[in-house]
Design a protein around this ligand. Structure first.
Ligand code: PLP
Length: 335
């Protein structure tokens, strides 16, 4: 099975008026840096603060008849998306997470009306509970990236971007499990076959990058990153997003934590926008000279705004940030 433009068109009808039509804005600073118009698709302005709502709404709308409820074990933006979409549809949602998840995240998901199951001390144990809910209570698990309806939902972003700027030469996509990249690339290449789609991840723990290099889905060690929404594996049994990224992405690039740190400052001081570290990987790659020089308008997706604001404030102030054992050295912007 693969996702087609027709699936993405169907998703457009599902999310119309609920999770679509985010602004696409021009960044004067990044346009000067790139030498061509550089746009941001502002998905951090979704009601849950991230694009994941598109895929979650489409998946919930297409549940098999008689579904008793949905489950997932993402504590991040996908969990929020599923909780919000299920509440809107009047479907039971159970989000499974480990004891290690911070209270603020638990409360955020509860506030959207979902049940929260806190099980064990690792994401793996939470996953066991999700599988139990599927087997014993008949809930349907919604994957954050390896689900045809999720991929089709994320793909609606690609259609909107080309509707706004039809002459886009390239789209730079923050890349983790690849649902976003698969959907956007499928839509964009169907509408404009010569468009280039680049995936961008952080240097350490980039599961899709390593898997594409190895030619098969691979486990990688998860490492703390300023781009925390880009962490996690792609699933050794990956059915859809790995094959789509392999076929449709023109290249996949990596950026360092220092480059992400600086790009977060750029987005804040130059564009006056706040977003997660995951969103700025394309800004980081462009400023580091890692992307091919554009010959026409280009765009990236500001995927989410659910950042740790204490950490963000330190970065804007030019202070050092601790990531697990590692310290990212502070540097005030413009020095
Ligand atoms: C999920 C997520 C991504 C990556 O999406 P994938 O489909 O997993 O590649 C990027 N940015 C943010 C903010 C996300 O929540």
């Amino acid at each position: 099975m693969r996702v087609e433009l027709s699936d993405i068109n169907a998703a457009q009808r599902v999310i119309a008026g609920l999770a679509d039509a985010t602004p696409m804005i021009l960044s004067p600073y990044m346009s000067a840096a790139a030498g061509q118009p550089f746009y941001y698709k502002c998905e951090m302005m979704q009601p849950i603060g991230a694009f994941k709502l598109r895929g979650a709404m489409n998946a919930v709308a297409n549940l098999p008849k008689g579904t008793r409820g949905v489950t997932c074990c993402s504590t991040g933006n996908h969990g929020r998306g599923v909780a919000y979409a299920a509440a809107k549809a009047g479907v039971r949602a159970v989000i499974c997470m480990s004891e290690l998840v911070p209270d603020a995240k638990v409360e955020g998901i509860r506030a959207l009306g979902a049940e929260v199951r806190i099980i064990g001390r690792s994401q793996d144990e939470a996953q066991v509970e999700a599988l139990r809910l599927v087997a014993e209570e008949g809930l349907v698990e919604i994957s954050p990236f390896d689900d045809g309806y999720v991929i089709a939902g994320q793909g609606t972003i690609g259609i909107e971007m080309l509707e706004t700027v039809p002459e886009l030469e390239a789209i730079y996509v923050p890349l983790s499990g690849g649902g976003l990249a698969a959907g956007v690339a499928t839509a964009a290449k169907a509408l404009k076959p010569d468009i280039k789609i680049y995936g961008i991840s952080m240097e350490r723990g980039a599961a899709m990058y390593e898997s594409l290099r190895a030619g098969a889905p691979l486990e990688v060690e998860e490492v703390p990153s300023l781009a925390d929404s880009l962490g996690g594996g792609i699933g050794l049994e990956n059915q859809l997003s790995f094959a789509a990224c392999k076929e449709l992405l023109d290249d996949v690039l990596l950026v360092t934590e220092d480059e992400i740190y600086h790009a977060m400052q750029v987005l804040f001081y130059e564009d006056r926008l706040i977003a997660e570290g995951a969103c700025v990987v394309a800004i980081a790659a462009m400023l580091a000279g890692k992307l091919p020089k554009p010959r026409g308008p280009v765009a990236t997706i500001l995927t989410g705004r659910n950042a740790d604001m204490k950490q963000s404030a330190r970065i804007y102030a030019g202070q050092s940030v601790q990531l697990g054992e590692r310290e990212i050295k502070g540097r005030p912007y413009g020095t």
